[in-house]
Design a protein around this ligand. Structure first.
Ligand code: ZN
Length: 490
């Protein structure tokens, strides 16, 4: 394993040589979705970003334990300590068990991830399955004096913590400014300071999901689950913690404070944050009418969409930007990405047919090194993709007999395609991705039904013409006594 990977650490605000605590083992924790609705464009970016990180670390020979949680309790409506539980609310409105809501949307999330060719994490813990660990963590924070109990709820004392540890080291926020800008406590609230956050909340009688604890029948605060589950599966200190930039404050800042207060340990060595996706320059939001789910993108069923975009199209679009850069969604940008992706994947097929010669006109080994350099530089996928387009140019020129390549270099080109296009970037030809094969199945069945109709009308000419045209596209049809079957000759 050559140790040359640099990662931009949000904590130190610079690129650092990646040195895991106990190589080749590497622990990575990424904040997963709160499962109360369909996954949307905003979910695709962190999923694909950290899938790229996961894939590249594995490619470099690391043994990665990748933990991505499912938030199924404690995430309140306003993302702070007030309001209804997001899942509880959905369950109440739809008259379902909260765990029915969780299961339904978790299944749909997994389906979307599979279409995007996002690998499943090594462990996918649910917050509701780790109440005991969260209660234990609160007990340690209380013992160490960084939390207080009021009316059955427990709050983290940010002001006290900040006297010993810097609160705001990750996000760069300053506590005096936060105290000045956050709204005044309105007297209804129990917290000592507006910056304090809930570790445990006493449940109101109508609250559905609640558990017994030393303090009350209640539920854990949203920030706590990731600290407790990260520690459980990856240890007091682990290598990488990732998530969207929107989670840096307060969620990740609170995670650092909780772990430090409970276990006197900085929990994470490398913090990574992906930038967010905007839609035609605007933040995505239900009120703006630009809230697009992944399912709508794949089907084209949304007023903002000119057409359907395949999961691979979305994946390539996201990888074409560096994960720390902003990315703006538009139909034009997605259609440009689609063209590029097709060119890249088609060259992969052309590559299989190339014939070797005695000399090579291009330096393939140098290109391979450039690809590693790009990925070692904080996972720079857009630069890697630009080098892959040089690979595409070479493939097409050899195919057009404008340049030659040796057998050895041809093998190297195939290795580059396997490693970088398919394995690391995780791109696959559209025939392999589920959504398009469903479409193809549907279209072929429709044509076969039209042929059946022609046969019923004794229009043999039309029926034969359909069969021959399908055959020319490598679709072979067979008439049997149970009806017509078909298969694609590959
Ligand atoms: Zn989290």
């Amino acid at each position: 394993m050559n140790n040359s990977l640099f990662i931009y650490n949000t904590l130190s605000r610079r690129k650092e040589l990646f040195e895991p605590l106990s190589p080749p083992y590497t622990g990575m924790y990424v904040c997963g979705p709160t499962v109360y609705g369909d996954a949307h464009l905003g979910h695709a970016r962190p999923a694909i970003t950290f899938d790229l990180v996961f894939r590249y670390l594995k490619h470099k020979g690391y043994k990665v334990r990748y933990v991505r949680n499912i938030t199924d309790v404690g995430h309140l409506e306003n993302d702070a300590d007030e309001g209804e539980d997001k899942i509880g609310k959905k369950a109440r409105l739809e008259q379902l068990e909260p765990m029915e809501v969780v299961q339904y949307y978790a299944n749909r999330y997994h389906h979307d991830m599979e279409l995007l060719n996002v690998l499943p994490p090594s462990i996918e813990p649910h917050a509701s399955g780790h109440i005991i660990e969260q209660i234990e963590m609160i007990e340690r924070i209380l013992e160490n004096g960084y939390a207080y109990i009021i009316n059955g709820s427990v709050y983290f004392d940010v002001v006290k913590y900040n006297q010993e540890y810097p609160y705001g080291i990750l996000s760069g926020r300053r506590i005096d400014e936060l105290l000045a800008t956050t709204r005044e406590l309105d007297g209804q609230e129990e917290k000592r300071n507006s910056v304090d956050f809930a570790l445990w909340k006493k449940a109101s009688p109508e609250h559905i999901m609640k558990w017994p604890s030393p303090w009350s029948l209640g539920f854990p605060g949203w920030h706590l689950e990731c600290s407790a589950m990260g520690k459980k599966y990856l240890g007091d200190q682990f290598d990488i913690h990732g998530g969207g930039l929107d989670l840096m404050f307060p969620h990740h800042e609170c995670e650092i404070a909780q772990s430090q207060a409970a276990d006197r340990e900085t929990p994470v060595r490398y913090w990574m944050h992906n930038n967010l996706i905007t839609i035609e320059g605007q933040k995505m939001g239900k009120s703006l009418g630009n809230f697009i789910t992944l399912e709508q993108l794949f089907s084209g069923d949304h007023p903002k969409l000119e057409k359907a975009y395949s999961p691979m199209n979305i994946r390539f679009f996201i990888l074409q930007a560096h994960y720390r850069s902003p990315l703006d969604f538009s139909n034009a940008a997605l259609q440009a990405a689609e063209k590029g992706m097709r060119k890249l994947l088609e060259a992969g097929h052309t590559l299989e047919k190339l014939q070797p010669d005695n000399t090579s006109d291009s330096d393939i080994n140098a290109l391979k090194n450039k690809l590693y350099e790009a990925m070692d530089d904080d996972f720079n996928s857009p630069i890697a993709i630009s080098h892959l387009f040089e690979v595409v140019r070479i493939i097409n020129s050899v195919n057009d007999k404008k340049e030659t390549i040796t057998a050895e270099d041809l093998t190297l080109l195939k290795q580059i395609y396997n490693d970088f296009v398919y394995d690391i970037l995780g791109l696959q030809t559209e025939m392999e991705s589920g959504n398009d094969s469903e479409l193809i199945d549907g279209l072929i069945q429709m044509i076969i039904d039209m042929r059946l109709e022609a046969r019923k009308n004794k229009d043999w000419a039309a029926s034969d013409a359909i069969r021959d045209k399908l055959s020319a596209l490598n679709v072979q049809i067979k008439d049997g006594k149970d009806g017509t079957t078909w298969n694609i000759d590959k």
